[in-house]
Structures are given as C-alpha cells and as structure tokens.
Ligand binder design. Structure first.
Ligand code: ZN
Length: 851
C-alpha cells in the first residue's frame, strides 16, 4: 500500500455538497457534509484535496457530540489530514468542511472554458473533468474509485445560466444578488471521478425518451442545429445497451454536453456526459464519413460506460481496462448494429493495428499493471488499454461465441452492480457462462505485454499444417521463450471443398492433420485474433494469386499489415513488401487501402529527399488504377465507404504522390465549392483542402487561416486548422508553429497541431527546433493530462540518425516523463524507424531506380 492510497478506516457514504463559483474572479467556494462510517477508532481522517483551502472541519456523531478538527494539507501527496482532539469511535459520523479554490486553467478539476457565440459575443462555461484523480481539486473527497458514495449536490449560480449535473434538478430558487440555488436529486452510489457539473449559457435539443430516460444534447448558443445526429446515435445506443446488458439504464436522465475546451474526447459522467465539440456536434450533410463515425463512436462509447464503469467500476486504476476496453468493444458492437453498411468491425482492424505497433515494442506494458501514483493512472489512457483491450475482448467473444459472452457480461454486471470489481471477477462470470475456465486462456493477453507472430507452413511430408508461435518484436532477436494461448481460426480449400477449423495453440508449436493437399489456406479467419501471421512462401503465393476472391477485406488488411510489420522488424526484405503492394493496385475496399497508404507515408519519412520524386512516382503507380476508377465525382449508388476511400486516395495522390493533375483538379474543385450552389462531396472537399495546402503558398494560407477562424462547425474548423500543417514553405511552417503557442488555437488542439508538424517531412526539423525552444511555454500552456504526451508522439517521425541523437539528448537533459512508458515507447519507435532506414537505405534506392 503506497502513501498515495487512503486508509480505509473511515469511508464516505453520502456527500451533501454546495458549490458557488465566481466565473469573473475564476474562484469558487463550497461547503460539504459527508456521512462517514468510522470502522476503527481514529483521531485522524485522511482524504484527498489539492489546490484547495479548507478553512474549517468538524465532526459530530448521532448523539450530537461535536469535535472541531485541525486541517493539514500535504500538497505533494494530494491529501488533507483532519486531526481531532480525541478519538472518533466506530460508527456513523458527519464530517463538515468549508473550502475555497481557484478555477483551473489546464482543463482539469473545476475549470473555465471560453467561447465566442454565433452572434460574436464572448461567453464562458465552468465545467468539471474529474477522471482520473481531479475531483480532489474541486472538493475534499475520498478520490479513489472504490469509495463509492451518494452525491447530493447544490449549485449556486447566476440567474439565467443553466446548471447541469449527474442527476435531475429537483429544486431551483432565488438565492439573492442575482443568483439562484439549484438542488439536484441524490445520485446512485458512484465513484468521485464520475461526478460532474456544468454551468453556463447552454442550449438543448428537444428531449427524446428512451427506456424511461430523457435524452438531450446541449451546446453553447447557436450550435443546437448540429446536435441531431448525436441525439439519434444516443437514442439508438441507449436502447441497444439496455437490451444487451439486460439491466435498466442506471441514470435518471441522460444529458450529452459539448464543451468548447476539453482535454479528452469525452467523459462518461453518469447522466451528464461531456464531450469535446468535434465528438458531439456535426452537420450531417457536410461531414465526411470519418467525421460522422467519430461522433457515433464516441457517443456509443460513453453510453456503454453508464453500465461498464459507472454502475460497475474497477476497484483501482490498474483495472482501468475493464472500463475502457469494454466501452471500446461495446461501442463497435452498437455502431455496427446501428449502421451495418459502415462495417465497423472491419474498420476496427485499424485500431487493432495501432495496438499491434505499441505492443510490439520492447517498452510495451501489459494491459493491466500496477498503478501507484496518480500520474501513472493518467498514463493508462492509451492504445493498450483501449484498443488492445478491445481487441482481446473481441477475440474472446469470438472464441466463446457472442451469446455466451453476452450472458457472462450480464452476470458480471448484475453481480457487481453499484459496487467495484476486478479482472478476476470478470473471468469468473464469463467462465460460469461458458462452463470453462477463462484465466488460462486470457491471462497471457492481459497480464503480459506483447503478442505472438504465428508462422504457418504446409508440411506435405506429414500431411499436416504446422503452426509455431513466438513473440513479435520490432527490435531484438525475438528469441523470447514465451507463449500465449492463441485461439487460431482458419479456412482452407481441399478437393474443391472449403473447410473451417479452430485450434487453441497453447505451446510453441502445433499441427493439424489434413485430409489432402490444400489449394490455399487463410489463417486468422475473420481477422479477430490478436496475433500476426507469417505464411511460408508457397502458402502466401497461393493466396496472392487471387487475394480479393479468397480473402475477406479484413483478412487482406491483416495480410498487408502483417507483411509491413515483418518488413519493419527486419524479418522480410523491403523489396518483397513493395512487390506485394503491386498486387493490390486493383483493390476496391477502403479498409484494405488503409495499411497500404499508411506504409507509403512511413516510407516517405525515412527516405532522403533526393529520392522523393522517384518515390512519388511509385505511389502514383500503385494508386493510378484506383484513382481512375473512383474519379472526382461520387456515383449515385455508391456507399459511404466508397466516398471516404475517394477522399483518401485523391489526397494521397495529390500530397504523397505530388501529382500535378490531381493538384490542378483539386484547385478547380475547391474554387467550385466556393460558389453558392456548390454541392461538393465532403470527402472530396476535405481532400482538396489538404492538397491545396501541400501545393499552396501564402495566399492559400491566409484563406485557410481565416476559414479556420470563421468556421461554423467543429469539423470545418478542424479541417482548416489541420490543413495549415500541410503547407511547405518554411515561413508558413513557422507561422503555424507560432499559432500553436499564441492562444489563438485552443490548448485542447494545439498539441495535435505541433504533433502533425513534427510528423511532416517538410516541417519536422523546424518543428523540432521550435519544440525545444518553447518547451517550458508549452508545458505551462497545454492541458496537464496528456497535452505534451500527445504532442510528442510526433517525435517518432524524426527519423534520421542526427535527429534521433538530438531527440535523445534533449529528453535526457530535461528528465522528461509523461508517467507510464509513453516516452520510452516514442523513443523506441524512433529507433525502429532509424534502424529500418539504415538497413534498407541502399535496397530502397536500388528498388526505386529500377522501378
Ligand atoms: Zn471510455
């Protein structure tokens, strides 16, 4: 037990809290009475508080015996010690405190968010963001997820402002001096990090009733018309989860609130979910498929949490994946049910691939690992918790069967409702539903970092299919003697018959007897397994003769993604991968193009500038056929995925391929879109903006900058803001960098802007120099939770030996840490890129010269 953890001798049962903010002065005052259970006699109560002044603390018991307490704050440990003259005997006590604080300026705790309304007036909201450990900045509390309690909140706010919290408002009355006092109903017992309140001028959509709850979407004035898509997504999700979980929605109502300044994507406060604007507000007709799916997913994800996370909560932060992996898994299940044509499980391939990258690092970590300090809890909000966690759950669901899995989930939620649970509790419930023990299969995936690469060969002599597994790493000799229990699925054709098979590979090697020689074999059928596949050459050749006939899109996605990873890891030569890409010139599926386009972008970053034009020609060669097929104009009968693919292909042709014709057409397309009667397809328009930035100069820059500032939707604002990172002239790169520390770009967005500049081959050296010079300023400015961490993801693209050495030197001299292993992971990714560059340099030159 570390000193960060609170003792368990006194536990909260119910908080009655009254808070009164002063937005103009950026301060607040509050008082609270907490019903506590004293379990062992004590003279001291320890709870969490940070950056708060606690003026007074007193306790009294049932018989009215009252003791005043002395308050001591330990800012470093983020704890308050209340000391009493004599011991508090076991039993029920009331603890009252008065406190005051300052509204935070780093998008955490209780903070202020400002905005300019549609009519040009400036406004401000005061809002909360408590996860993981910032409720203690708003009121003294037992700020650990296991201390569930009832919250009964009263807010004193200016008349004319809306006040929203987790529960419904049950009373509002004048409080004098232009103020009103709003009292909310008591909540269910829940963890402190889920409490929320939002105060300000807000507008709501009409209410929708679903499963006994009223749903509304809230925004700052003038944006209500952008809320209907999210409202529809929310209504579907709430109904879907109520059915899936078989447990009524645990809240009294469901408000979804768009916050102009928000450090995360969204936050699952029970009944009062907060979002950054791009994740909630969208103009359905003018948005791209990617922008719409983002909203649908974030909404579904947060609503999934109302059960997974809010009703049943992890006991401590090491179990965060129980919340996040499940919400990730459930979000896809719900959106897939809502919009089957979007094929969200196929697009989840890209999320799984992102987890494969980090989890293939020597500096990876297990999904679940020990969390001691609060900073480590923040570091867990990463691709391993969400995407790897979601992927291994999908693998388990497919292994057990969807209905058995659902029954196990219901059992788990039902057993632990209004309480806390751990991974072993989940395994127990799923195991009971499945009638088989789960830990043996799952522990290796959850409590150990990494994953296997499964090699497969057709052993004609023994008439069998031979599998072997070993840990996949980008660096090192890969001789680790670990093995996973890998649920392998496969499909093959023998004697004109297609056979499906399963195997739990629980040793380093295994084999399956074959009734004959297969014509072809697909391993990881359906693509749900969290492992890579390496086919022996003859098997691969058979598949590649007709990949789009033999393999589904997600299987083709995995084939390319695994081949690319093997190339980066030095298991296969780059020329083999580049040859492989020629087989996919005629590929029609959007999801299959994703890893191809990503690998081209990566290669551009490791290539010396003298070879750029040859590489651009290679890209034009690989994309020529699909570009011609798609053209610029959407066809009447095509689906959303086809439209999205068109945008992505045109953009890659115009930017990475530097294609002059495409650039000219983009210019014409953009000019067209400026006319009042324009109906440019959003995906094409977004591509045109990126292409114009790549080819553009100051005039285009000015136009885009002003479009960013005057944007009427969050998506248009983001499109133009990120387009600024695509301009190549050094003076324009410099302007964008300055913009990122100017206060003109919200601090929620600025780290991403710098990250993109660090990733760009034309801007990275300038951006890196700027980051070094402005590090202290950025540290002060950006959100404390993940601001610099997200920005520094860009260092993975500084892929030259000289830059790598400089990056290492900088971080070593600064002793920078983001909590967890994020920095080590970035540095290892950088090392992989540089070693790859050095290893393949001459082969790549040769390849480009002869092709
Ligand atoms: Zn979540």
């Amino acid at each position: 037990m570390s000193s960060y953890r609170l003792p368990r001798n006194v536990v909260p049962v119910r908080y009655d809290i009254r808070i009164e903010p002063d937005t103009n002065a950026s301060t607040f005052v509050g008082r609270e009475t907490v019903e506590v259970a004293v379990r062992e006699a004590t003279r001291e109560i320890v709870l969490n508080a940070v950056s708060l002044h606690i003026h007074a603390a007193a306790v009294w018991d049932e018989r009215g015996r009252r003791l005043d307490g002395m308050v001591r704050l330990d800012e470093a440990a983020e704890q308050a010690f209340l000391c009493f003259g004599e011991p508090l005997q076991p039993g029920a006590w009331h603890l009252s405190m008065e406190f005051a604080g300052t509204l935070d300026d780093k998008l955490r705790g209780f903070y202020r968010s400002t905005f300019t309304a549609a009519d040009g007036t400036k406004g401000a909201l005061v809002v909360t963001q408590f996860e993981a450990t910032d409720a203690r900045r708003a009121f003294p509390c037992w700020d650990e997820p296991a201390f569930k309690a009832v919250f009964h909140l009263t807010l004193v706010v200016d008349e004319g402002l809306e006040a929203i919290s987790n529960a419904i408002a049950i009373d509002a009355r004048p409080a004098g001096a232009g103020k009103k006092m709003v009292t909310f109903a008591p909540t269910i017992p829940m963890s402190t990090y889920l409490l929320a309140f939002v105060i300000g001028k807000l507008e709501a959509t009409g209410a929708v009733q679903v499963s006994g709850a009223t749903i509304q979407v809230w925004s700052v004035p003038g944006k209500r018309h952008l809320a209907s898509f999210a409202l529809e997504a929310a209504a579907f999700s709430l109904r879907f989860f109520t059915d899936f979980y078989g447990i009524p929605y645990p809240g009294q109502k469901l408000d979804l609130i768009a916050i102009p300044d928000f450090a995360f994507g969204a936050m699952e406060n029970l009944g009062a979910i907060t979002f950054r604007e791009t994740a909630l507000l969208v103009d359905e007709r003018a948005a791209t498929h990617a922008e719409l799916t983002r909203v649908a997913h974030v909404v579904a994800h947060e609503i999934a949490h109302m059960w997974f996370g809010d009703l049943v909560t992890m006991t401590w932060w090491n179990g965060l994946w129980l919340n996040e992996a499940f919400a990730t898994f459930m979000e896809i299940l719900a959106v897939d049910a809502w919009k089957p044509a979007w094929r969200r499980w196929d697009s989840f391939g890209a999320s799984r691939a992102a987890a494969f990258i980090v989890d293939g690092l020597r500096s990876s970590r297990p999904i679940e690992f020990e969390v001691v300090a609060p900073k480590d809890a923040e570091a867990m909000f990463d691709v391993l918790t969400y995407e790897k966690g979601g992927a291994v759950l999908r693998m388990l669901e497919q292994y057990l069967g969807p209905e058995v899995f659902r029954d196990g989930v219901r059992r788990y939620l039902h057993t632990h409702r209004l309480a806390n649970a751990e991974t072993s509790d989940l395994w127990k419930s799923l195991g009971e539903a499945a009638g088989q023990p789960i830990p043996a299969v799952m522990d290796g995936w959850v409590f150990r970092p990494g994953y296997p690469m499964v090699s497969v060969e057709d052993d004609a002599k023994d008439g069998c299919l031979r599998f072997s597994q070993r840990a996949f790493h980008y660096l090192g000799d890969g001789s680790d003697e670990v093995c996973w229990q890998v649920p392998i699925t496969y499909r093959m054709r023998i004697h004109n018959e297609v056979l499906h098979g399963r195997l739990l590979l629980d040793k380093t090697e295994g084999c399956v007897a074959l009734p004959g020689r297969p014509d072809w074999v697909v391993i990881n059928e359906g693509g749900h397994g969290f492992y890579r596949v390496r086919y022996a050459s003859p098997l691969l050749e058979e598949l590649l003769r007709a990949p789009s006939e033999l393999m589904t899109p997600i299987e083709r996605f995995n084939l390319i993604n695994d081949a690319w990873a093997a190339t980066l890891a030095g298991i296969a030569p780059l020329s083999e991968y580049l040859d492989l890409t020629t087989r996919f010139r005629g590929e029609t599926d959007r999801h299959v193009w994703i890893p191809l386009l990503a690998s081209f972008g990566y290669l551009m970053r490791i290539l010396p500038p003298v070879h750029w034009s040859r590489f651009e020609a290679l890209i034009r060669d690989r994309l020529g056929e699909v570009t011609a097929r798609l053209g610029w104009a959407p066809k009447p009968d095509e689906g959303d995925l086809e439209r999205q693919l068109r945008g992505e292909i045109l953009r890659t042709m115009g930017v990475l391929g530097n294609d002059a014709d495409i650039q000219a057409q983009a210019k014409a397309c953009y000019a067209d879109s400026e006319t009042a009667v324009s109906s440019a397809d959003p995906s094409v328009l977004t591509a045109a903006i990126a292409i114009l930035a790549h080819a553009g100069a100051e005039r285009e820059y000015e136009t885009f900058l002003s479009r960013f500032k005057s944007a009427k939707t969050p998506q248009v604002e983001q499109r133009y803001l990120h387009a600024l990172t695509g301009f190549r002239p050094p003076e324009l790169v410099d302007r964008t960098l300055k913009l990122a520390v100017s206060g003109e770009v919200r601090t929620q967005d600025a780290p991403f802007l710098v990250r993109d500049l660090l990733m760009g081959v034309h801007s990275r050296e300038q951006a890196w120099a700027f980051v070094k010079e402005h590090w202290d300023q950025m540290e002060r400015l950006y959100p404390s939770q993940g601001g610099l961490r997200r920005m520094c993801e860009g260092i993975t693209a500084l892929a030259t030996p000289v830059l790598e050495a400089d990056v290492r030197q900088f971080f070593a001299s600064r002793a920078v840490t983001f909590g967890g292993r994020a920095l080590e992971q970035y540095l290892e990714q950088l090392q992989i890129a540089v070693s790859f560059r050095e290893r393949e340099k001459s082969a790549l030159t040769t390849y480009l010269t002869k092709s």
